[in-house]
Structures are given as structure tokens and as C-alpha cells.
Design a protein around this ligand. Structure first.
Ligand SMILES: *Cc1c(COP(=O)(O)O)cnc(C)c1O
Length: 423
């Protein structure tokens, strides 16, 4: 037993058998852990190079008030962001209130009455179904505004269905939407390699179609981002991967200049697009968060490998498996029944730095179909780059765990939560 393990055992109530298991897991999956290091090191250097190429200085960390005209920090942040994501242009704003808002801004900027949106990675994430009008009856959903939506499911092994995608594209198809991450679904996340293959197939035949990627949870998990693989525009949340757990809110949109400009116009108003929006005190945490993001993603990914292994040891189906190649930070665990899911979620909550004393309860949240249990005490409300587990309460009771600011914390939390499964 090393000093960390002794502490785990003595202070935290972790049993000796679990300590042996921790070491065993780390040894058995050393190659998977090493692959994470390689990816995140690459991302770190790419981000550092972008800061240097853009000559970021201390004065860029300060923000403006009011209209925000000439907010050089805000503008510089967007230039750095564009460079990191290999985009012509980026919109990175604290007043993009969430990932859902970022995606809704893109879709509603690009689609109008008579246009068709084609989702080619199956039914999109829960909150997007509300935007699109697949669930709920909001009079401002895309559907209500005259946009048609069709879905091409993934193949049984979780890949794009090339022929079905090509066959589904029609004269009204304006935007193709891809969700990189699994979201709340039991399917593998889509690799950059697969995204590259499908975008090039589509491009060869339909040059004008706009390819959009929901990049939530995928940032810095692989060596490249979707724009480098042929996508036109991407969007995501700053309280997930690219905010590095320091950005207190915000979202981003990046890609082709004309498309990002339309999204900016949609976010603000015609004529003012990128030019307004005071950053207040957002620039410093957003810059630092981006710089720190690969480190945080690394901790989260290693934690996910660990969780995958420990839960697999207890007989639960896990996706991805501990040795699998990862393309997002989510670890799905199929608990099969409500009781073990709730026990595990309670364990994660009890092991959190904040609100370890509260009992998580399932609740209906805006934009979601089923009651959802969300556990995790995070420094930023709802942040899912910090350790958290979410689960819609529906069979087969799959928990989606993600995030973790430090690997040691994830090991501790998952181990304690697993002990509750045996209780
Ligand atoms: C989190 C997420 C969203 C929505 O982001 P919020 O910030 O929660 O609104 C959209 N798509 C996917 C795949 C996500 O994981």
C-alpha cells in the first residue's frame, strides 16, 4: 500500500480489497491510460501554439462593459478559439447560456421555412428534440417554423449508414447534423475518422450542404476536431470540455466565416453580429479554461477508464469498455434496475467536494422528456466537466457519468459509490 492508498483506506472508508482492485485496474489498462496522455499532450501543445501565434497578452484578459465595442479580449479569445479548432471564425460568448442554446442558435440561423434538417447520427440529444419540435409543442420550434426534420439511424454497430444517408438527402436538405457524443444513448460516440469518411462521401455528391457537428463532450479527446475532418460548423458548451472547468458559463460556435456570422447575427441582431457583447469578467477564465482544458479532459478520461473497469468488474455492462478507444468523455453504465443506479448516484454525490450532504432526487428538467437524476456537487452549477452522473429514469437504467477535475477524486468517488452497490 502506498501513502495515497493508506489515506483512502483510513480516512475515507475504502476497503482493502478495493485498494488492491484499484492497482490491478491501473496495471491492466496501462495502455489505455497512456493513450489518453498522448492525446491530451497533443491538444495542450496545439492550444499553447495558438495562444503564442495570436500574441495573447495580459491586457486581453480584461473585459468591457455596456455595448462592448472594441472588446479586444473578447475578439482575441475568438481568434484563439478559431485557431485551436481550425475554424475561419469563432463566436465564444458568455451570453450563449448553454450548449443547447449554442446549437439552437446555429440551427435557427441556418434553417428557414421549407428547408430540411437531416440528422444522420440517430435521434439527437434530448434538449435538441425540443428545439427541433420532435418533442413538446413550442410554437418557436424549427418544426413550427416550417423546417422539416428527418433522422437516419446509425447502423447496429454505431456507425453512419452511408448508403441510407446518401439516399435520404433531397433537394430541400439544407443542413446535415451529426452528434459526435453519445449523449443519453447507448451507442458509441462517433470518431473523427468516421466523421471524416461520411463528410467526404456527402461532399463528393452534394457540395452545398452544410454539415453541422454537435461537438459537446468531444473536445480534445481526439487529436483532431470535426472542422479538420470536413464539417462546416460546430458548437459546444463552455461548462463542458473546452471551458476547462474555469469558464463559469458560455458556449461557442466555430467554422466557416459566413455561417458563424449568421449565427452571431442570430444571437445578437442584424447589423451588430460579432461587434457587440461586453465580456465583463469572462475573458480571463475563458482563456485560462481553454488552456487548462486538455489537463482536465485527461483527468476526466482516466477517471472514465477507471469507472468503466470497476463497474465491469461488478458485472454491469459498460460503454465504452475500459480498453476501448474513446471519442468523448462520457462513461455509460447499464445498471438494469433503478436501485443500483440510485445507490451509485448517491455515492457520487456523497463523494463530491460540494453538497456531499445532500440526497440527489430525480426531477423533471426543462427540455428533457423523462425525470432525470443528476448527482455531483460542482463548483459551476450543472458543470459536467466536473464529476457528475446523469440518468433519465427509464429502463434499462443507464447512468451517464462524466467529468472529474482530478483523477484521484474520481477514483475515490467511484470506489465509494461501488461499495454502496454491495451494501
Ligand atoms: C450536453 C449536451 C448538449 C446540450 O448542452 P447543455 O449545455 O446541457 O444545454 C447537446 N448535445 C450533447 C451531445 C450534449 O452532450
Amino acid at each position: 500500500m502506498n501513502a495515497f492508498q493508506r489515506q483512502l483506506a483510513q480516512q475515507c472508508g475504502i476497503k482493502e480489497a478495493a485498494l488492491a482492485e484499484i492497482s490491478e485496474i491501473e496495471g491492466r489498462y496501462a495502455a489505455a491510460y497512456a493513450r489518453v496522455d498522448e492525446m491530451t499532450n497533443t491538444a495542450q501543445l496545439r492550444i499553447l501554439a495558438a495562444f503564442q501565434a495570436e500574441n495573447v497578452g495580459d491586457f486581453h484578459l480584461h473585459g468591457s462593459t455596456g455595448y462592448g465595442y472594441g472588446d479586444i479580449g473578447r475578439d482575441k479569445l475568438e481568434e484563439v478559439w478559431a485557431r485551436v479548432f481550425q475554424a475561419e471564425s469563432a463566436l465564444v460568448r458568455s451570453n450563449i447560456v448553454s450548449g443547447t442554446h449554442a446549437i439552437a442558435t446555429v440551427l435557427s440561423a441556418l434553417l428557414g421555412s421549407g428547408d430540411e434538417l437531416l440528422s444522420i447520427s440517430g435521434m439527437p440529444y434530448d434538449t435538441l428534440q425540443t428545439i427541433i419540435g420532435e418533442s413538446g409543442d413550442d410554437p418557436q420550434s424549427l418544426k413550427a417554423l416550417g423546417v422539416r426534420h428527418r433522422v437516419v439511424p446509425l447502423t447496429a454497430d454505431g456507425d453512419f449508414d452511408d448508403q441510407a444517408v446518401l439516399a435520404a438527402i433531397g433537394p430541400q436538405t439544407k443542413v446535415i447534423s451529426i452528434q459526435r457524443s453519445r449523449g443519453y444513448l447507448w451507442r458509441p460516440s462517433l470518431s473523427i475518422e468516421k466523421i471524416r469518411r461520411i463528410t467526404s462521401l456527402i461532399r463528393d455528391r452534394f457540395a452545398d450542404i452544410i454539415i453541422f457537428v454537435d461537438n459537446c463532450y468531444g473536445e480534445f479527446v481526439e487529436e483532431e476536431e470535426p472542422l479538420a475532418a470536413g464539417a462546416d460548423i460546430i458548437a459546444g458548451s463552455l461548462i463542458k470540455n473546452p471551458g476547462g472547468a474555469l469558464a463559469p458559463r458560455g458556449g461557442y460556435i466555430a467554422g466557416r466565416e459566413d455561417l458563424v456570422r449568421r449565427a452571431a447575427t442570430r444571437l445578437t441582431a442584424p447589423g451588430i453580429a460579432f461587434e457587440v457583447g461586453s465580456a465583463l469578467d469572462f475573458n480571463r477564465p475563458a482563456f485560462q479554461g481553454l488552456f487548462m482544458a486538455p489537463l482536465i479532459v485527461q483527468q476526466a478520461l482516466k477517471g472514465a477508464i477507471f469507472a468503466s473497469a470497476m463497474l465491469e468488474n461488478r458485472g454491469f455492462a459498460v460503454s465504452p469498455g475500459p480498453a476501448d478507444r474513446r471519442t468523448d468523455i462520457i462513461q455509460a453504465i447499464r445498471f438494469g434496475a433503478e436501485a443500483p443506479l440510485l445507490a451509485f448516484a448517491e455515492g457520487i454525490q456523497a463523494a463530491s467536494p460540494l453538497e456531499s450532504y445532500v440526497h440527489p432526487e430525480a426531477a423533471f428538467l426543462p427540455g428533457y422528456e423523462d425525470a432525470v437524476i443528476m448527482a455531483g456537487g460542482t463548483f459551476t452549477q450543472g458543470s459536467s466537466i466536473e464529476l457528475s452522473i446523469d440518468a433519465p429514469l427509464r429502463a434499462p437504467y443507464i447512468g451517464y457519468m462524466q467529468g472529474g477535475l482530478s483523477y484521484a477524486h474520481v477514483v475515490y468517488a467511484v470506489t465509494l459509490a461501488c461499495q454502496r452497490l454491495e451494501a
